[in-house]
Write a protein that binds this ligand. Structure first.
Ligand code: SAH
Ligand code: SF4
Length: 420
């Protein structure tokens, strides 16, 4: 993102704030709507080109604001329509965003943090630590980046999934502000039902979300049918046990009328046996729920294996026979590490030549993430990229710029595709 210091990002203002600002500047009330349309509808970034505005207003806006424009510093495509970009932020950090083209859907997966403080041991982002929260404009700008690209071919972003790097409910205000701005009918107008937010189970955040009056799709990352196993796979589970997570999700379903999706990463030999499937079915039966099974997406340094297609299908069938609706998310773009974060990791490893990480296979004795759900600080967990293997390979790798982003130090999580 090109960021001129001391410039505010216009993407961070809500419509009402823009109205108040322009009114304080003595502008007529319709100007806010015009500016909003330029930014969120025409996707204009240059105030000089906002030709329906008087020259003086354009200059004043340009003197105080910028429209955050992400700079793609690397990109990968799987050749079938899935594209992943590494977007550079103003302070030298970088995050990934992914565009997934499927039939009539154009889904953008966004990141909400640089790194993630939760530290799930199967997740590349979680293993590399937390750097910082993204600002609302930095979240929305990821969507606008692909919206501009799609517009060139007469297409639009049809869905957004908040499934990239980071835990959105640990960056609640910025995430909600970005989603509300994208949802605003006067501009980008992306329906709330076309937005899916994935959380690892931050109970107060889910409860708060239920009161927002927004019909977002909620996806809850479960990954285990009992607390003991879940604590190994999701360090935050020590703080919010399954019973509390499910109660909060039930509240969300009741408040919004939306079916909750439960995500379940299938890790061979860890959480993918018929016993796990039956226990999961018992847990979710009778709820307004749907299970999204995500076969583990390998990334360098992550000590898990992806189950066979047969085992994945057997798990799904056991759930369905147990009365729970379930689908398998066949991650497109596995070849490009369609998991958000792997691109970033690859560049960092390539740039730093950091030492090799732990091998693949086997199961970690315990989760290396922060304990008792306390997000670790960047200084504790930032800094040391774990893996030093070959970069995530991709059939089409192109580097948009020669230089790697300075200061970037983490790997990333996974996104699949699929909104419910
Ligand atoms: N922090 C949020 C959202 C980002 S992760 C969350 O955890 O829900 C989005 C999804 O990708 C989560 O369901 C997460 O469990 C999954 N994921 C992370 N690493 C993965 C991997 N290596 N393979 C498959 N899915 C992964
Ligand atoms: Fe964070 Fe989600 Fe990765 Fe866990 S899976 S470390 S919560 S991004």
């Amino acid at each position: 993102m090109i960021r001129r210091e001391a410039m505010r990002d216009l993407l961070e203002l809500s419509f009402d704030e823009l109205v108040r600002l322009l009114s304080a500047w003595g502008e007529p009330s319709y100007r806010a709507r015009q500016v909003w349309e330029w930014v969120w509808n025409h996707l204009e970034t240059d105030f000089a080109r906002m030709t329906s505005l008087p020259q003086g207003l354009r200059e004043r806006l340009a003197g105080e604001f910028q429209v955050g424009v992400p700079q793609a510093v690397a990109a990968q495509t799987d050749g079938e329509g899935t594209e992943k970009v590494l977007l550079s932020l103003g302070d030298g950090q970088a995050v990934e965003a992914v565009l997934i083209r499927e039939e009539d859907r154009r889904t953008v997966c966004v990141s909400t943090q640089v790194g993630c403080p939760v530290g799930c041991p199967f997740c590349a982002t979680g293993q590399a630590g937390f750097v910082r929260d993204l600002a609302p404009g930095e979240i929305a700008a990821q969507v606008l980046h692909f919206a501009r690209e799609l517009r060139a071919s007469g297409e639009r972003v049809s869905h957004v999934v908040v499934m990239g790097m980071g835990e959105p409910l640990l960056n609640y205000d910025a995430t909600l502000r970005a989603l509300r701005n994208l949802n605003d009918r006067r501009g980008f107008a992306l329906g709330a039902r076309r937005i899916t937010l994935s959380t690892v189970g931050v109970v107060p955040g889910i409860r708060r979300l239920a009161g927002e009056g927004l019909q977002l799709n909620l996806a809850v990352s479960l990954h285990a049918p009992d607390d003991a196993l879940r604590r190994e796979l999701v360090p935050l589970a020590a703080k919010w046990p399954l019973g509390e997570v499910l109660a909060a999700a039930d509240l969300y379903a009741a408040a919004t009328g939306r079916r909750v999706s439960y995500e379940y990463v299938l890790l061979a030999g860890v959480n993918d046996t018929p016993t796990h499937a039956r226990a999961l079915a018992r847990l979710l039966r009778g709820r307004l729920a749907h299970v999204n099974l995500i076969p583990f997406n390998p990334a360098p340094g992550l000590p898990y294996r992806r189950p066979s297609d047969r085992d994945v299908d057997a798990f799904r069938r056991t759930l369905v026979e147990g009365g729970v609706d379930a689908t398998v998310r066949r991650s497109r773009g596995v070849e490009i590490g369609a998991a958000c974060g792997q691109l970033r990791g690859a560049r960092i490893r390539g740039a730093t030549g950091s030492p090799p990480g732990p091998g693949q296979g086997g199961r970690p004795a315990r989760s290396p993430g922060p304990q008792r759900g306390q997000p670790a600080s960047g200084s504790e967990r930032g800094g040391s990229p774990r893996a030093g293997r070959a970069p995530a390979t991709g059939p089409r790798w192109r580097s948009e710029r020669a230089a790697s982003p300075p200061g970037a130090s983490t790997l990333g999580p996974s996104t699949g595709e699929a909104t419910p």
